[in-house]
Design a protein around this ligand. Sequence first.
Ligand code: BMA
Length: 333
Amino acid sequence: MNEFEKIPGSKVMTRRSEPVLTCNDVPYESNLTFNAGITRDDKGYVMLFRNDYGCTQPEWEAGKRFKGTNIGLARSDDGIKWTVFEKPVFALKSDEFDRAYDPRITHLDGRYYICFAADTKHGVCGGICVTDDFEHYDIVSMSAPDNRNMVLFPEKIGGRYVRLERPMPVYSRDGDEQFDIWLSESPDLVYWGKSRLVLGCEHVPYCNSKIGPGAPPLKTDKGWLTIFHAVDKDYTRGKNGWEDKWQKRYVIGIMLLDLNDPSKVVGMSKKPLMVPETDFELHGGFRSNALFPCGMIRDGAGQIRIYYSAGDAVVCMATAAEEDLIALCCEEK
Ligand code: BMA
């Protein structure tokens, strides 16, 4: 059964009752399929997903680790039933780069840009690459470390390309992983600057740690509709997932950013949009209790689809009416 069902606690979201992608759908080595970027082209829905491979839960608990991470490609006619291509399409492995992960896709100027995180020998960088066919990828830019969770806006604003990003200031910011959402601009997608704060994690009432941008924002009359993840840490939490302890909970938040200056928040829901509630969100993942959104698109019938990962293990989908999401951001300024 993979039917829509209303889950109590989410005011406006309707989840699918089963994940839309799991490692069982992947024709190559795969253990965790998650953090998927979504777009549409003239052939249908396109998904790029993170694939961690080479380790099972019992092996992990016995001390083994993953062999690696690559990025897989899947296509779908309806955005629900996905067919995974025979081979992964992207990986970064060199003397300096360990892996690329968490792809977010933006259709911009007729091309597909993918923001990704890159683990390097010298820190975590935010990368941007471009593709026209989802087979060949050229790297356009790479940030200095530590930075990740980048998303590109789907058009220039004020004559410049704009991205949201999440630097990780460990030296200068009090507290335990107090990381915020920032914005930078670029004339050419290569050189980035004019960086400024968008949202401090202390301004999110249900968060006591870091936040980060989720999916490329959607333009609406009321502003850029923007989702993000927010983390709360609770040191009484014990094992929930593969690791000995997993004390974080990742929830999804939503806000509206100013159309002309998206560094300004014009409205934000003071409650999370989604929290882990279903069985597959609460149990059985690599890091259970974690919702991590990387895709948000319109379905063409007034509904917005949010693609999110549950437990760093599977890709899931939930929908809401666009007007309900906007109202949530506006009603609780
Ligand atoms: C974040 C990133 C994501 C991951 C999430 C939950 O910090 O590492 O890739 O999905 O944590 O574990």
